[in-house]
Design a protein around this ligand. Structure first.
Ligand code: GBH
Length: 505
């Protein structure tokens, strides 16, 4: 069992010390800029709780998780970590971990309960975020804010199917964005419009396993079309990101002096058979479908990758010239979420109508039997830092734009049941040692401009369709306890020690 905590914030187990004295680690000392930001990232729907109180309106996840069969452990996010109630303790705990920054998202339906451009504002919701921001700043922690981390107001789904209706969605999103800039922008200098637009649309509209739960698969979802809707929603996200960024730059940036961008997901794809040109091409195609889908319009040619157009034809929307101008160059940095790497093999058969990956197959081992990495407690996720540096280089060489690492982390086997060794999370420590080390090498040796690292995540939380079964935190939560008691794991202090070694004075 875990021993009870008497201190607040809880104190570090004195036996948890880390030294960085291998030749490579000594060589990497002070390789990160003095103003490098490090900390943790979270999302409102995964941590806040207070889903139906304090004036909050419903989000698509509040409805989705109450539909039987949608969440693995039949849990809901009604109270989750209760960070709405305990934000002060959380800031104190983060401070004790030595972070310099914290990335969190705003729940749109807490701020505008019905979501729409003409709907009333919930001042209590504004006050919550305002207080959180003040608490962070008072503790020397720089807030990074995400406007949208997947929790669209349910009313907008009911009114017009949310992002499937670009025309009606646009003014609603822009009003929400403007309200946030005007109420928080005096103190927020780092804005992220969307978190992983690709995952929102693929999980919600292609696989149908996330809210709003649409797909072509009638055993799973009553409505939807996996062959078209994901691309329509992605288009809406790109264009409205561009509009919100333009709004910020024109009306707020001159006085508020902040920066605005977007966060994309992306895992490294490595050819299954490096000597097979078809696999080499398939890996590049996989990267274009996963990452280039958003990155090319934003940072590259201004249009979708040619490989996507070739496979998808008219099912991929077309940018008007005006939309292209809006989107291209709109993001001032590359927000990167990455968790793992895969081996990718070409397929000989033509692509399925519901394929979104570039007609490839994904493997855990390459042709020679080399594994992509050690298993976590999550099927898709393995420790594969070898691909992380390749990914950083690939992005940097193509786009030459500053990179903000906005998420990276892992679950670990054996964390489902509490035990007296559970807090000594060696697997997670080794994951971070690998990934943060590769990041430092990319900065020092490849000259990649990386300005932040946010580990996913601060505490165990509600992992969407996986419920409470997947624990990504550097802090253990006893979800059965009324106060959702927090217990630091060793990895929290490992990150603190590693970053004090890596960040220059
Ligand atoms: C991030 O998404 C989210 O931003 C964050 O909210 C979440 O808690 C965190 O990761 C951990 O999951 O087709 O079976 O190979 C990561 C999203 C999840 C996208 C896994 C790709 C592949 C599933 N990724 N998914 S599979």
């Amino acid at each position: 069992m875990i021993s009870p905590q008497t201190q607040n914030p809880p104190t570090r187990n004195p036996s948890w010390t880390h030294s960085f004295d291998t030749p490579e680690e000594r060589y990497l000392k002070s390789s990160l800029r003095p103003d490098f930001h490090w900390g943790f990232a979270t999302a409102a729907a995964q941590v806040e709780g207070a889903a139906f109180t304090h004036g909050k309106g419903l989000s698509c996840w509040d409805t989705f998780c109450h539909i039987p069969g949608k969440i693995k452990d039949s849990s809901t996010n009604d109270d989750s970590c209760r960070s709405y109630d305990f934000y002060k303790q959380d800031v104190a705990l983060m401070k004790s971990y030595g972070v310099t920054a914290y990335r969190f998202s705003l729940a749109w339906s807490r701020i505008i309960p019905l979501g729409g451009a003409d709907d009333p504002v919930n001042e209590e919701g504004i006050k919550y975020y305002s207080d959180l921001i003040d608490e962070l700043l008072a503790n020397g922690i720089t807030p990074f804010v995400t406007l949208f981390h997947w929790d669209i107001p349910q009313t907008l789904e009911d009114r017009y199917l949310g992002m499937l209706n670009q025309e009606r969605y646009t003014p609603d999103f822009l009003r929400y964005a403007r309200l946030c800039f005007s109420r928080f922008g005096d103190r927020i200098k780092h804005w992220i419009t969307y978190n992983e637009p690709g995952v929102y649309t693929l999980a919600g509209y292609a696989a149908g396993v996330h809210a709003p739960g649409r797909s072509s698969f009638r055993d799973r979802n009553a409505e939807g079309d996996s062959s078209t809707e994901p691309f329509i929603v992605a288009h809406t996200e790109l264009v409205t990101h561009g509009l919100a960024a333009k709004l910020y730059k024109q009306e707020f940036q001159p006085t508020q002096k902040g920066t605005i961008g977007i966060t994309l997901h992306g895992n490294w794809s490595e050819p299954w058979d490096i000597s097979d040109l078809l696999d080499v091409a398939a890996a590049e195609r996989a990267r274009e479908f996963e990452i280039g889908w958003f990155a090319e319009p934003l940072y590259g040619s201004g249009d979708y990758p040619a490989s996507m157009r070739a496979q998808l034809g008219d099912r991929l929307p077309t940018f008007t010239e005006e939309e292209k101008r809006l989107v291209r160059g709109s993001s001032e940095f590359y927000g990167m979420n990455t968790y793992t790497s895969f081996f990718v093999r070409h397929r000989d058969s033509p692509p399925d109508i519901n394929d979104h990956k570039g007609n490839i197959e994904v493997f855990d081992k390459n042709k020679s039997g080399v594994s992509r990495g050690e298993e976590s407690d999550t099927q898709w996720l393995r420790t594969a830092p070898w691909g992380f540096r390749k990914l950083l280089r690939w992005i940097w060489n193509r786009y030459h734009i500053p990179i903000y690492m906005t998420e990276n982390g892992t679950t670990a086997k054996g964390e489902k049941e509490p035990s007296d060794t559970i807090l000594n999370d060696t697997h997670r420590v080794e994951f971070f040692r690998g990934y943060v080390g590769e990041l430092a090498k990319a900065v020092k040796e490849d000259g990649v401009d990386i300005q932040s690292y946010f580990a996913w995540t601060f505490t165990d939380n509600w992992e969407w369709a996986a419920g409470y079964t997947d624990r990504f935190g550097v802090t253990y939560i006893d979800f059965d306890s009324p106060k959702k008691t927090r217990y630091p794991k060793r990895s929290a202090y490992f990150l603190q020690d590693f970053f004090s070694h890596l960040i220059a004075e």
